[in-house]
Design a protein around this ligand. Structure first.
Ligand code: 6R9
Length: 652
């Protein structure tokens, strides 16, 4: 094979290995035999996973597959809220804590048991019915991270209404377009939430959106901050309508393929896609993976996923998976630096958190803030750490394991998407010898592969496109209202395979490494180089906390690598840091991956869920005017970066 035919270069070598702790391995929920069982009979494996749930009626057909449309557990009936709440109360666990809720203002906390949750969800379900919401109706939810948010999701699920959660940081026009696309009839919101030490209003944004959405009949408003709000004739207060309801409600069984929710993902361009998830398969896989990947022991673990419920990670791993498993979870309303940069570790210490699930962007921020901050807290309760959202750079993985997990805890790097509904590729903490930066192997029951541009599997040591070869229970059932776009987006690139849009490599041992979006891959002198590998090489330098790289047009090499780096708290910008980092990358990955340009910046542009937005950095690198910045967490970041440009070092 000539170099120009290679699909994606494999440059990064990593030799560190972390065996599972013996104690964890000996008591693990899932052992290596799960892989052999699932490969011997995949459908029987998923049937056993579905049997962990309580069904009102058993399915007659495990899978109906008319590519690309899947139906799982056909004929089965169950109620998701019953599975997540009532059945635990019936089993005698009503006094068990479902959520330790921690508000951002210190001292503002609530403890919610499964019995409390059953009452709250029943009242909310009764209120939704009174407000005219029925099975199949769409409900838009635009809320801060308060207990009424999971209660609202579960109340919708209980009555068979379809929720569409819109992240509380989105604009009025983003909210309006999502209300319109799903044709929602009710909005659930709050006056505001607490963020960065101050009340942050939500209701005015809802008012602006709803003013242009005649299909919205009512807006149900939780009083959280006590801010002044304008009251419109559609508004009803949660404390008026929900509180007076009966706390008894009989859950109806729903069909396994009844819709559960829509969640919009923006993708890189165009109109947001309303990803549709259904009932039986979704709960089966979220519950199974939560039990397996985090080795959840519901009687003793305290589990904390730091995502916002507005993202799929919050749907699957704060609400549905953990509750189906009867877990005790922490929910935190606010930001990690309020009122101080040790807030997360203070929460771990306070609740004796045993399992922590967070994102690489957060881990790199903690690295930047310095090792001394987590060192001040007692985090000896932790036993499993998870990562999701972006590739985790090997150095960030090792830092996480060492400074948060005291070099004891396994780190599970979990790859999945809004579309996949649940974790697809991940180590198992009691089975896998982890490699920093690798998601390792598809979970039992998942058939994934890395292929070249012709759809042929690449050999060990090769890179290419990640695909999923067989349907899985929690897969998206389509894009709301647009089956053609569903086929085109996910099923047209490789015949018969699901294409998630990510690049990956299979290392010499056959383990998988995720290499970022294929749209971001750089073509340098005929080599396809992933942004992830160059970023990880930069982050492996002791002075670098975070890095983003993009390809910019270059007269000689086609594209050249341009890097943006944030230095660690302790590192000084002085000296010729650019030359030092360029040399370092050349040493780690080889001269082909040496960046043309390195810019030290104070911040990087991120989406509201914390993923680096390379598209905007490409505009900067190519001296173009900036594209759409409305999905940025903080649009002033781009000004900070542009101001730094004159000091950018360009060589070669
Ligand atoms: C769960 C979630 C999905 C995209 C996905 C990929 C990236 C997520 C990752 C990862 C490498 C991981 N991604 N987890 N890349 N390693 N462990 O993040 O869903 O917001 O839909 O994003 O995120 O590029 O395709 P979503």
């Amino acid at each position: 094979m000539t170099e120009s035919q290679e699909t994606l270069s494999n440059l990064l070598q990593e030799n560190r290995r972390f065996e599972p702790p013996a104690e964890l391995a000996a008591a693990a929920n899932v052992t290596a035999s799960a892989y052999t069982e699932a490969s011997a009979d995949r459908l029987a494996f998923w049937e056993a996973a579905a049997d962990r749930l309580t069904w009102a009626e058993r399915w007659h057909t495990t899978l109906e597959w008319e590519a690309p449309f899947a139906k799982w557990f056909v004929g089965g009936k169950l109620n998701i809220a019953y599975n997540c709440v009532d059945r635990h109360v019936e089993a005698g666990n009503g006094d068990k804590v479902a959520f330790y809720w921690e508000g951002e203002p210190e001292g503002d906390s609530r403890v919610i048991t499964y019995a409390d949750l059953q009452k709250e969800v029943s009242k909310a379900a009764n209120a939704l019915t009174e407000l005219g919401v029925g099975k199949g109706d769409r409900v838009a939810i635009y809320m801060p991270m308060i207990p009424e948010l999971p209660v609202s999701l579960l109340a919708c699920a209980r009555i068979g209404a379809i929720h569409s959660v819109v992240f509380g940081g989105f604009s009025a026009s983003a909210l309006k377009s999502r209300i319109d696309d799903a044709d929602a009839k009710l909005v659930i919101t709050a006056d505001g939430g607490f963020r960065r030490g101050a009340p942050s209003a939500l209701k005015p944004t809802v008012d602006e959106a709803v003013a242009e959405c005649p299909q919205i009949e009512k807006v149900l408003v939780v009083r959280r901050t006590g801010q002044d709000v304008a009251v419109t004739d559609k508004d009803v207060w949660w404390h008026d309508v929900v509180e007076r309801q009966s706390d008894q409600h009989t859950p109806e069984p729903h069909d396994a393929e009844d819709p559960l929710y829509i969640l919009y993902t923006s993708g890189t361009t165009g109109k947001p896609k309303g990803i549709l998830h259904t009932t039986g398969g979704y709960l089966t896989q979220t519950a199974w993976t939560h039990n397996a990947v985090f080795d959840l022991k519901p009687d003793t673990d305290i589990y904390w996923c730091t995502a916002d419920i507005g993202w799929v990670t919050g749907h699957s791993y704060i609400v549905y998976g953990p509750l189906a498993n009867g877990a005790t979870s922490v929910i935190y309303e606010g930001t990690p630096d309020t009122p101080h940069r040790g807030r997360f570790w203070e929460i771990v210490q306070k609740y004796k958190v045993t399992i922590l699930y967070t994102a690489p962007t957060a881990i790199r921020t903690f690295m930047k803030w310095g090792d001394d901050i987590p060192a001040k807290f007692d985090m000896s309760s932790l036993r499993v750490l998870g990562s999701v959202g972006e590739p985790i750079n090997p150095e960030a993985y090792v830092w996480y394991r060492e400074h948060i997990g005291a070099s004891r805890t396994p780190v599970v790097d979990t790859w999945w998407q809004t579309e996949t509904g649940a974790i697809m590729i991940s180590p198992l903490p009691g089975v896998t010898a982890g490699k920093p930066g690798a998601a390792m192997q598809p979970l039992p029951g998942i058939v994934a592969d890395v292929v070249d541009d012709q759809g042929k599997s690449v050999p060990n040591g090769g890179g290419g496109f990640l695909v999923v070869r067989e349907p899985w229970p929690s897969m998206l059932r389509g894009i709301w209202g647009d089956p053609e776009r569903y086929k085109e987006t996910y099923w047209s690139r490789f015949d018969g395979f699901y294409f998630p849009g990510d690049g990956a490599k299979r290392d010499d041992d056959g383990d998988l490494w995720l290499l970022g979006r294929v749209d971001d891959v750089m073509l340098v002198s005929g080599h396809n180089i992933s942004t992830t590998e160059v970023e990880s090489a930069l982050v492996s330098h002791p002075k670098v906390a975070e890095a983003a790289v993009v390809g910019a047009t270059d007269p000689v090499t086609g594209q050249a690598i341009v890097s943006f780096v944030i230095l660690r708290g302790s590192a000084e910008e002085g000296g010729d840091i650019a030359a030092e980092l360029r040399q370092h990358v050349a040493k780690v990955l080889g001269p082909i991956a040496k960046p043309r340009q390195i810019m030290v910046v104070p911040e990087l542009p991120k989406t509201r869920s914390g993923k680096i937005m390379r598209r905007l950095l490409r505009d900067v690198a190519e001296n173009r005017s900036l594209g759409d910045v409305t999905t940025l967490t903080d649009s002033s970041v781009m000004n900070l970066i542009s101001e730094k440009l004159p000091s950018a070092k360009s060589e070669d």
